[in-house]
Design a protein around this ligand. Structure first.
Ligand code: NAD
Ligand code: DAU
Length: 351
């Protein structure tokens, strides 16, 4: 019975969607302790209504997972019976420019949480680690990533995530820590920071700005609506085999250029765009990302067959919902892009 879950990175894109789902829509009846250091990507405004709605069932703690003593202290103070670990530096381009932060947050941070869990092993029923399909490297035209596919990470981001996955697995093998790991494909949906392809293109297209396509635009990603990732994580936490890894994917492979064209066409159809040239005219090919993985595609048969999970959202309905969300949240976008939400954070949390 998980009744007291420590969630890390709960103010980021997927973490905030997960907490909203867990408290509001799932059968979880306990308390969430959200531990987040509020980097540029962490925005407590993403969960603004949650405290009001759920009262004592939601606790926010501003803390850095790289602070080992603090993590141990939080386990002493809040006695979590489970950990769901999202916190990470998540953007590949940033990892190419400044890899150091990724080594700290993704490797050292995960190590600290594992140590805190090991020190409190009597109370920790499960450590669930959120990882990525990028650890498997790059596919050719054929084939899919399986759970047993050897790791071959190509960016500092994916190498740091691969390293954290190995640590989590090792803590199970060596210390018997009950763990599960999920390796998920590209997420999209509400609250995604507009440095990632889909929100970046939506916002630039609305503002007549260039839509940057790296290389030839034919790199392939496998897209999953964020809420489907959340249901997958909760399914794995409840019923996944301890020590097991599960791939999570949407069975929706698409070349980057097709994603961008789809968004352009949806925006062209908006009444506000009447009389304007097609958004496709904004597409601009730019220099490729160094070490750019060509193709990702996930086989999530194990999760579907063994645990009965299925993604619910089609790409078409998911991208329409996502576009609608960004169109309806212009003040969120303004604050996030201007960095003004960092002032809002200081006001709220006196940091
Ligand atoms: P995000 O960048 O939107 O959010 C990351 C969150 O972690 C932020 O709230 C940030 O403040 C927090 N954080 C970062 N460093 C921290 C630290 N040292 N201490 C405490 N908090 C810290 O990321 P996201 O896209 O929501 O990704 C969440 C997790 O899911 C990551 O582990 C990522 O590797 C994984 N993942 C992401 C995707 C995707 O498509 N976005 C796909 C598969 C897996
Ligand atoms: O596969 C899961 C991963 O998906 C997660 O682990 C990462 O945290 C997440 O950031 C994401 O990584 P990607 O590098 O695939 O996502 P991004 O949105 O940065 O890029 C998607 C594709 O679009 C990729 O092939 C690079 C390309 N791209 C990206 C940007 C930002 C462009 O062509 N132009 C752009 O401006």
């Amino acid at each position: 019975m998980m009744e007291n879950m420590l969630v890390t990175g709960g103010c980021g894109f997927i973490g905030s969607n997960f907490i909203r789902y867990l408290l509001g829509e799932s059968d979880f009846e306990g308390r969430v302790i959200n531990v987040d250091s509020l980097t540029y990507a962490g925005n407590p405004e993403n969960l603004k209504e949650i405290k009001e709605k759920f009262g004592d069932r939601y606790v926010f703690v501003k803390a850095d997972i790289c602070d080992r003593e603090r993590m141990d202290g939080l386990f002493d103070e809040y006695h979590p019976d489970s950990v769901c670990h999202f916190a990470a530096e998540s953007h590949v381009d940033r990892s190419i420019v400044s890899p150091g932060a990724f080594i700290q947050a993704n490797i050292v941070g995960t190590f600290n949480l594992l140590e805190a869990s090991r020190n409190h092993q009597a109370q920790v029923e499960l450590f669930h680690h959120i990882s990525t399909d990028e650890v498997f490297g790059s596919l050719g035209k054929e084939g899919l990533f399986m759970e047993a596919t050897p790791y071959q990470p190509n960016s500092p981001y994916s190498a740091s995530k691969a390293s954290s996955d190995h640590l989590v697995r090792a803590y199970h093998e060596t210390y018997g820590l009950p763990i599960t790991i999920s390796n998920c494909s590209n997420n999209y949906g509400p609250y995604q920071f507009p440095e990632k392809l889909i929100p970046l293109v939506i916002l630039n297209a609305m503002e007549d700005k260039p839509l940057p396509i790296y290389g030839d635009g034919l790199n392939v990603r496998d897209w999953l609506y964020v809420l489907d990732h959340c249901t997958a994580v909760w399914t794995i936490m409840k019923s996944g085999g301890r020590g097991e890894t599960y791939n999570v994917g949407g069975n929706h492979e698409m070349e980057n250029i097709r994603i961008v064209e789809t968004i352009c066409d949806l925006i062209d159809d908006l009444p506000a765009m009447k009389g304007k040239p097609s958004r496709r005219t904004l597409i601009t090919y730019v220099k490729d990302r160094p070490g750019h993985d060509r193709r990702y595609a996930i086989d999530s048969t194990k999760l579907q067959r063994d645990l009965g999970w299925m993604p619910e959202e089609s790409f078409q309905s998911g991208i329409e919902k996502t576009l609608a969300w960004y169109l309806e949240h212009s003040s969120w976008i303004e604050r996030v892009r201007s960095g003004a939400y960092q002032d809002w954070i200081r006001e709220q949390y006196e940091v």
